[in-house]
Design a protein around this ligand. Sequence first.
Ligand SMILES: Nc1ncnc2c1ncn2[C@@H]1O[C@H](COP(=O)(O)OP(=O)(O)OP(=O)(O)O)[C@@H](O)[C@H]1O
Ligand SMILES: Nc1nc2c(c(=O)[nH]1)N=C(CO)CN2
Length: 227
Amino acid sequence: MDFTTWEPVYERILDDFGFDRAGDERARDALADLVSPFDRDRLDWADATVAVCGAAPTLDDELDRLDAPDVDVVVAASTAADAVRAAGFDLDLMVTDLDKNPETAIELTESGVPVAAHAHGDNLPAVREWVPRFDADNVLGTTQAAPVGPVVNWGGFTDGDRAAFIADELGAGRLVFVGWDFDDPSVGAMKAQKLRWAERLLRWLERRRGERLSVLDGRRDGIDPLP
Ligand SMILES: Nc1ncnc2c1ncn2[C@@H]1O[C@H](COP(=O)(O)OP(=O)(O)OP(=O)(O)O)[C@@H](O)[C@H]1O
Ligand SMILES: Nc1nc2c(c(=O)[nH]1)N=C(CO)CN2
């Protein structure tokens, strides 16, 4: 997805949360100084079935779905990466805004697994603290503001939906979702609001892809559509 398509949606997100665009841009610029261009041809996911792992409490019980023979690529958002690895599955990409398990991201980059590290207005200290500790060859810098230099914006807001947008950008043929619960009663108000946006963004993504994402089955009528 290009920024022109993303920007009107981004503006609605900023408005809904009261986030400051200039803060996102400052964090993006700091990240741009710390990362190098990522060779996207390393992630040749054309026509692949990509499993996008979220960190809902249901994740552990669903991990056996990664054994399905048609799953070609496994992407994990934030702490989902730990559960996937603990269950013995290989990861192809971790997507994170560095707020929970940055040590996992260090280990992954050091072992050659790429990490999409996201900068936004509320994680600038984490960007400065952790990104320099990653193996620079294996970091894809991401922003939700306009892309600059080596930092890309392929769409997405929470780590999990951003993982799906990244897979889409890389040509994934099919997206399957493991460890997602939009109605998780254990989350606080801010996380619930973020999950509503994740759901909305995935609905937008499925319409653009012409795909029915089963994670949205039974929910579509209640989702406020994006353009
Ligand atoms: N019930 C759920 N609780 C938490 N995350 C969920 C849930 N369902 C899906 N997800 C997805 O899993 C991702 C990883 O969640 P986790 O709580 O580990 O990370 P996080 O760093 O707090 O995520 P974010 O910063 O994007 O809010 C979320 O970004 C979200 O997209
Ligand atoms: N400015 C800002 N941007 C974000 C934030 C956040 O808390 N602040 N959280 C995100 C996913 O949790 C993604 N983007």
